[in-house]
Design a binder for this molecule. Structure first.
Ligand code: IPD
Ligand code: CA
Length: 282
């Protein structure tokens, strides 16, 4: 049976991680204004990594592993470096050192350090920190969601026609993928006359903004666990829903996500998306 409140031990995990994330924020902030000459590509021309991504991930994992030697890690850059994704019952930190690396490289201030904690494959805590705009989103199961220490709530919007939506396309530009995005966009913006569309270039920031209620729903295909794990806890604790775009329970390893302020809005959006299938990771 999943426990629906945070144990004292989890508080210790969370508080330790929070201090590390704040330190990591200083690294990101210091590097942000410097033109990144050392930008490399990973899986494709649109999939970027910088020395800062690597340094931040190494710092977070080193700090957490020293304090919690029995914990496991799934980190974007470690996986890019060849580490296998192993998602087990052990306490597992799911880390994206910089979500929004393209923004970071172009000095667009929408970047986030993401640290999520899963225990027995249940997402228990999340930290999403944008050190440039100084927005720190946090949540633990059963404790509510916060921005810079103040409680946040997702919006109560129930209809796409009243919603500001975020639909986003990531690094994968295969035809199937791009077509699905265009069809979904047309369905939401033209057929259903959504109030507006935004896309911040960071899955975690998109989700954190759904959590704080300034936008109403977000969907994306092709994302990874590190893009969404931390933010998923924040959205749920803010009163929102986070599901598989087809309407079933979220699989954090399933490479797709839909979140919204209300279940009604999530269901309407789910019904108009052109879905793409993925093999789950891990
Ligand atoms: C990406 C960002 C982007 C989303 C991609 C992600 P990264 O993560 O979240 O907004 O569209 O799907 O891969 O590479 O900047 O960590
Ligand atoms: Ca990243």
């Amino acid at each position: 049976m999943p426990v629906d409140y945070a144990h004292p031990e989890e508080d210790r995990f969370f508080n330790f991680a929070l201090e590390l994330v704040k330190k990591a924020g200083r690294l990101v902030r210091d590097a942000f204004d410097q033109p990144s000459s050392n930008v490399q590509t990973k899986a494709s021309n649109t999939d970027l990594v910088t020395e800062t991504d690597q340094a931040v991930e190494a710092m977070l994992i080193k700090g957490l592993a020293a304090e919690f030697p029995e914990h496991k890690f799934i980190g974007e850059e470690s996986v890019a470096g060849g580490q296998k994704i192993e998602y087990t019952n052990a306490p597992t930190w799911i880390i994206d050192p910089i979500d929004g690396t393209t923004n970071f490289v172009h000095r667009i201030p929408m970047v986030a350090i993401c640290v999520g904690l899963a225990i027995k494959k249940e997402l228990r805590a999340g930290i999403v920190y944008n050190p440039i705009t100084n927005e720190l989103f946090t949540a633990q199961v059963g404790r509510g969601a916060f921005k810079n220490g103040f409680p946040i709530k997702s919006s109560q919007t129930e209809a796409v026609s009243k919603a500001v939506l975020l639909l986003q396309i990531g690094a994968d530009r295969s035809e199937k993928f791009v077509n699905s995005f265009i069809e979904s966009y047309k369905a939401a913006m033209v057929k259903s006359d959504a109030r507006g569309h935004r896309s911040f270039g960071s899955a975690a920031i998109n989700m954190a903004y759904v959590a704080q209620g300034c936008v109403d729903a977000y969907a994306e295909y092709g994302i990874h666990a590190w893009d969404i794990a931390a933010a998923a806890v924040i959205v749920k604790e803010a009163g929102g829903v986070v599901i598989d775009p087809l309407g079933s329970e979220l699989n954090v390893m399933g490479r797709k996500v839909l979140c919204a302020g209300t279940r009604k809005l999530a269901d309407e959006l789910s019904g108009m998306l052109t879905h793409v299938d993925f093999e789950p990771e891990g």
